[in-house]
Ligand binder design. Structure first.
Ligand code: AGP
Length: 610
């Protein structure tokens, strides 16, 4: 889970590489480096964030018009200068950057050690360097050497390679790790993600698995592993680079939280219309005829995306009365799942590159299962490989903690569940119209919560010294509480547990003490009284209580220390609204505690390794 950028052209490469790396820092930030060719390869790398590399480059500037750069999230070997990328061969004639995990690196390393190669780092990447070098020594053809080497690699890789014998050339390859190629005028680029090169070009090639590209300043040629040329369409990026910048907010996370009314408006725009009594999901076939082929539905995802899937499960089951199994992708893929061509699988992913989700998708497709991808990143691997794609249209999400993408995913679940329920005639036109009206009102209701953000800031400052936080709810409130607890864990580093409200008495209530904060979710009216009873039980044991309830349900004020009200809405729409205060609460606690909000410790935005 690292960020790669590469440049070949007529300009100085280093500023372009550094610029690209800054927008890729969300992918990992424990060390960084660049290698640039100028009468030999010049390497500068350092432990720490990009600012450290910037300082190092001021001391040791490197010039040249061909180069590669890398920002690392450690997998093999601790974050250190020696383990940071680019890595070089013994003669320092070749430099390589890598994202992914080479699973058979130990055996390749042993083999290469026996052949006399000298390794200096603990990384899996270094075997790629020496393996390419091994083949290069045989026939002095760099493209051949890269192809022969990657044929031996098991696992995932996106690679950028430069060699001093090919001073005007950059080679790139990928398998199961994202890599795009940018086409410029008299210059070309490689990058792990489009925003890294968007300043320079909107025309990109999306490299596919087991493809190798040779870039010069005037050409990009893509090959398969037989060295046959592959022709590809240019993918034109239509969104703006400003969309990937902070727009005056202190953090990307806040910018992304504030974007949610627009995100939901965009999500709904071409899918529901006030004069059409159906949900339109272009490219996703959820017709009665198609659905009749399926005997069960799986929803598979990781982290926040999985929590949106739990909302989806509940909605499909309640609206359409069809059983749905929801599973985290890392478990699903090793669970020997009972799936076949009569199964429908929905995978959810913001990045579209999450390794476990992608593996789950491939496993399902191999069993003949039809896979719908609910994906945010256009052109990502999951979007390309899924049989049907429903884009969540949230735009680039930069903060590691997912906010707007979750809301868009939950909105996608609303659309899918409603569509399935209508296909099965489980909801009437009148019921559909009620749901549609509520969906149309969502953006303004989200805005009304965002307008009260100062209230959540004050609450966050009041509770920032909590040592343990419990999030409780029932039904859909429980699904939402899981996302609330994850958010506060990942950005505020507070220990937080989501619990089904009725489960507290079966053990965890023993943990309640005076320093405990309980966030009680009360957005599902049918469970209001029951959850109030659970809140009373923890209140009686000394915990502080912050309740999130629907407007008009004021009796909660008698049991909670503080209450944040969300606008009244339909039960199925409540999860999306109830989560917005959780996002703001976690954000402000993280700020109060001085955390690195956009780049929390130990995390990376896109988890492209298992
Ligand atoms: C969200 O705040 C997390 N950082 C994380 O759980 C994330 O949702 C998960 O890794 C899945 O990512 P994806 O949506 O890109 O597949």
């Amino acid at each position: 889970m690292c960020g790669i950028v590469g440049y070949v052209g007529e300009k100085q490469a280093t500023p372009i590489l550094m610029d690209g790396l800054k927008s890729l820092e969300y992918r990992g930030y424990d060390s960084a480096g660049v290698a640039v060719y100028d009468n030999g390869l010049n390497l500068v790398k350092t432990k720490g964030r990009l600012v450290e590399l910037e300082k190092r480059l001021e001391e040791f500037p490197v010039t040249g018009i061909v180069g590669i750069g890398h920002t690392r999230w450690a997998t093999h070997g601790e974050p250190s200068e020696i383990n940071s990328h680019p890595h070089m061969n013994e003669e320092s004639s070749m430099a390589v950057v890598h994202n992914g995990i080479i699973e058979n690196y130990m055996e390749i390393r042993d083999d290469l050690l026996a052949k006399g190669h000298v390794f200096v780092s603990e990384t899996d990447t270094e075997v790629a360097v020496h393996l390419i070098e091994h083949y290069y020594n045989q026939n002095q053809d760099l493209l051949d050497a890269v192809i022969l080497a990657i044929k031996e690699l098991k696992g995932s890789y996106a690679l950028g390679v430069i060699h001093e014998d090919y001073p005007n050339q950059l080679i790139a390859a990928r398998k199961d790790s994202p890599l795009v190629l940018g086409l410029g005028e008299g210059e070309n680029f490689i990058a792990s993600d489009i925003p890294a090169i968007l300043k320079y070009t909107r025309n990109v090639y999306l490299l596919d698995d087991e493809e190798v590209a040779v870039l010069t300043k005037d050409s990009i040629t893509i090959y398969d592993l037989y060295r046959d040329v592959v022709t590809k369409d240019i993918f034109k990026v239509t969104w703006d680079v400003a969309a990937a910048e902070k727009d005056g907010y202190e953090h990307f996370m806040m910018k992304e939280i504030m974007e949610q009314p627009k995100v939901i408006k965009d999500m709904l725009a071409s899918r529901i219309y006030d004069d059409v009594d159906e949900v339109r999901l272009d490219n996703v076939d959820l017709s009665k005829e198609k659905l009749s082929q399926y005997s069960k539905i799986y929803i598979v995802a990781c982290g926040t995306a999985y929590y949106s899937g739990l909302v989806g499960k509940s909605l499909i089951e309640r609206l359409a009365r069809i059983p749905v199994i929801t599973e985290v992708a890392s478990e699903f893929r090793y669970s020997d799942p009972i799936i076949d061509k009569n199964t429908l699988m929905i995978v959810i992913s913001q990045s579209g590159e999450t390794a476990d989700t992608l593996a789950a998708l491939r496993l399902a497709q191999a069993a003949g299962t039809h896979v719908i991808g609910v994906v945010n990143a256009v052109g990502s691997t999951i979007a390309r490989e899924a049989d049907d794609v429903l884009y969540t249209l949230a735009g680039p999400e930069i903060a590691v903690a997912s906010t707007k993408a979750y809301s868009a995913q939950v909105c996608a679940m609303y659309l899918i569940a409603t569509k399935i329920a209508m296909a099965y005639d489980k909801i009437s036109i009148e019921e559909f119209r009620i749901i549609r009206n509520e969906l149309f009102m969502l953006p303004s209701k989200i805005k009304s919560i965002l307008d009260k953000k100062d209230q959540l800031k004050a609450l966050a400052e009041k509770y920032a010294d909590s040592k343990n936080v419990f999030y409780i709810g029932r039904g859909l409130d429980f699904a939402v509480s899981m996302e609330g607890a994850l958010k506060i864990k990942e950005i505020a580093y507070l220990h937080a547990e989501p619990y089904a409200a009725g489960e507290l008495k079966h053990g965890p209530i023993a943990l309640i003490e005076k320093s405990t904060l309980l966030v009680g979710l009360l957005a599902q009216e049918e469970f209001y009284d029951k959850t109030i009873s659970n809140i009373k039980e923890v209140k009686a044991r000394g915990a502080k209580v912050l309740a999130i309830a629907m407007e008009g349900k004021n009796s909660v004020e008698k049991v909670a220390d503080d209450v944040f009200y969300i606008p009244r809405t339909h039960w199925m729409i409540a999860p999306l609204l109830a989560n917005i205060p959780q996002q703001l609460f976690a954000y402000y606690i993280a700020c109060a505690l001085g955390r690195d909000v956009d780049k929390p410790r130990n995390l990376a935005k896109s988890v492209t390794v298992e």
